[in-house]
Design a protein around this ligand. Structure first.
Ligand code: WTA
Length: 635
């Protein structure tokens, strides 16, 4: 990207794509396609869907007769695995690499061609079926970043079971709640996982969680670290033993699914209460992830794509597993984190595997920036052609470092705004779009975003407001699993007729969108989405705590950090030891990512007259900002 002066027609600091980038790009005329899709939304998505294979094509592209319960590709038959694996077996891609994996310690590398993926996924699918799991039933997957997590997800999809992946960094309470809510009868896990050289005892956490989950009949355990685990006879099975059984090794036919059949649920934190199970379907999600990855990162068969996200989050689902495989690219998956044992670990992987497109989160970039340029400069990063970012707004300083030190000032940075709910990229450039550091630029083809005020009226440019989306899109969530009412209320009621994102944003005079942050009680800690309600309920489960409030405050590396305010029960008094104990308590119950930055003891909490904690007041006080409208405040 050449940073040329400030052209008259665009405001702010603009980075233009180089001639080379434009020459290489599959899509050169962004405006033309945007205009076409704008005029004919269904036609655009039908063209995209026609690039994939269907057992039976749709009768109707979009059925919006029962809003907001939109349906896509109505009447079509497919299976996402048919497009992510099966169809590649008929082409040159059969022997191309689908997945390259490296262990945290760098000593083991495993590679799988599309042919091998089919074998592994079929084997896992046969095993899951043999456990009595039927089409439409839920399977909870709680594993580390190992190839088997990909096999497990895809195996569920292949047989029409609904996977529910729980991030391996969550702990007992979070896991238990999610297994229970989904009513899973099978859990797939690992004995343990590695995290910065230490072992996370995944199986022990599963054991503890399912004590309170009567639905679970079987647990499949993939042996990864060899830590001692308790295996309950009849319930727990080593995956490696199951693989040796004849039943595991036959052919497995990919189940014919209706386009609207559920593919997976993924729990995510909302503004209140317990996490919501976001439901995605085979047909629309397949087309959405395929098409967005194709245009936005311009992927092709020669690419070695690396999305650093964990499969336990939506980014891992859409752009580590499904999107790349539907596009037939080679995906790289790394078991470890960016800086263990040294902060060159990721750069080393880019060099070692010739990564061409690298997609990560601002928090990781900020974290690595701290260690200085000498670490990336030790490595040949010349294989890279595109960089990407996701998860939270990227601050211009981190953007510029990424652009200069990693991208050598020549690689576009694709800043993709989207959500668990949207399933696929929503506001994002493509490689030919001029960039402004910190902006995801414009909505993807077929989408219109609008920023509105409290009453739903569009606000003028450069004014902050609620970010809403006006058009339906194929990879949109279909509902909150088991709670249609909450789906309508949460996403479609504040501004009827449009999707409410929960984010605040501004649009500039060039039509570029700038995300400011969440307007609800969702906190983004190192890009991980957590709810204040979950942290609070973990705190009040401690005997010393009467009431608790959690808020997110800005943090240099994490983006946001969790700060908590605690009212103690009578008989307990504040101390540094107790504060530490409470932080540990949250970590043990929810997972280390939810560990509060600090615990402040208070005598009272600001509340509305109806008894709701006013977190925004706490937030304002903590930052020394005006408290805003406090007419309903009652302490
Ligand atoms: C935030 C992650 C600014 C946003 C894919 C959104 C971003 C929430 C960006 C969804 C970005 C995600 N720029 N903010 N490029 N991407 N966000 O469900 O607040 O984990 O609502 O999905 O992350 O988080 P989720």
């Amino acid at each position: 990207m050449a940073k040329t002066g400030k052209p008259k027609e665009m405001e702010g600091e603009v980075y233009y794509p180089s001639e080379q980038v434009i020459a290489q790009a599959r899509l050169k005329d962004w405006d033309a396609l945007a205009e076409k899709a704008g005029k004919d939304l269904e036609g655009f998505w039908a063209d995209e869907a026609n690039e994939l294979e269907w057992y039976k094509k749709w009768d109707k592209v979009l059925d919006d007769s029962n809003k907001p319960f939109y349906k896509w590709f109505v009447g079509a038959k497919t299976n996402i695995i048919h497009n992510a694996i099966d169809r590649h077996l008929k082409t040159h891609r059969k022997n191309q690499l689908a997945l390259i994996w490296e262990s945290e310690d760098g000593k083991t590398e495993r590679t799988f061609s599309y042919f091998a993926m089919n074998r592994e996924v079929s084997r896992m699918a046969n095993i899951i079926k043999a456990m009595g799991v039927q089409k439409g039933e839920r399977v909870t997957i709680y594993m580390g970043r190992v190839p088997e997590i990909v096999f497990a997800m895809m195996a569920c999809a292949k047989i029409g079971a609904i996977h529910s992946v729980v991030f391996g960094g969550f702990s007992v309470d979070s896991l238990q709640g999610r297994i229970d809510d989904s009513n899973s009868k099978l859990v797939i896990t690992c004995d343990g996982s590695y995290q910065n050289g230490k072992i996370v005892e995944l199986k022990a956490i599963v054991d503890e969680s399912i004590k309170r989950c009567p639905s679970v009949e079987n647990v499949i355990v993939v042996k990864r670290v060899g830590n001692p685990v308790v295996m309950e006879s009849g319930r727990d099975h080593w995956y490696q033993d199951l693989c040796a059984l004849p039943i595991a090794n036959g052919k497995c036919v990919t189940e014919v699914m209706d386009a609207e059949d559920p593919l997976f649920i993924l729990y995510t934190s909302g503004s209140t209460g317990k996490p919501k199970a976001i439901l995605h379907t085979h047909g629309g999600y397949m087309v959405g992830t395929y098409s967005t990855l194709k245009y936005v990162f311009d992927v092709n068969d020669e690419d070695r794509w690396w999305c650093t996200a964990d499969p336990g989050w939506i980014t891992g689902h859409s752009y580590l597993v499904y999107g790349p495989m539907i596009n037939g690219v080679t995906t790289f998956m790394f078991e470890g984190g960016p800086s263990y044992p040294y902060p060159n670990r990721w750069w080393q992987c880019i060099e070692r595997y010739g990564i061409t497109i690298f997609y990560t989160a601002p928090t990781a970039i900020r974290g690595l920036m701290r260690f200085g340029e000498s670490w990336p400069n030790k490595h040949d990063l010349s294989s890279l052609r595109l960089l990407g970012t996701v998860g939270e707004p990227i601050n211009p300083e981190a953007w510029k470092w990424y652009h200069r030190v990693i991208g050598k000032e020549t690689k576009p940075i694709i800043d993709t705004w989207w959500q668990t709910e949207t399933g696929s990229f929503m506001i994002t450039p493509t490689p030919v779009v001029p960039l402004k550091p910190g902006s995801g630029t414009r909505p993807f083809f077929g989408q219109e975003a609008e920023i509105v005020d409290e009453e739903g009226n569009p606000v003028p440019d450069n004014t902050e407001g609620y970010l809403t989306l006006k058009n339906p899109w194929p990879a949109m969530l279909r509902t909150i699993y088991g709670d249609d009412e909450r789906y309508v209320k949460q996403y479609w009621s504040k501004f009827p007729g449009r999707y409410t994102t929960g984010d605040s944003a501004k649009r500039d005079s060039d039509g570029y969108y700038w995300i400011i942050g969440r307007v609800d009680d969702v906190i983004k800690v190192s890009g991980h989405r957590l709810g204040t309600a979950e942290v609070e309920s973990a705190l009040v489960s401690h005997p010393a705590v009467a009431e608790a409030a959690a808020i997110g405050l800005p943090h240099d590396v994490k983006g946001q950090a969790i700060h908590t305010f605690v009212m103690l029960r009578t008989g307990f008094s504040p101390s540094a030891e107790l504060a530490e104990e409470l932080r540990q308590h949250v970590s043990t119950h929810m997972g280390p990512i939810a560990r509060p930055e600090d615990v402040k003891f208070v005598d009272k909490l600001p509340k509305t007259r109806s008894g709701k904690i006013m977190r925004r007041v706490l937030k304002a006080r903590a930052q020394g900002l005006p408290e805003g409208d406090i007419s309903t405040l009652e302490e």
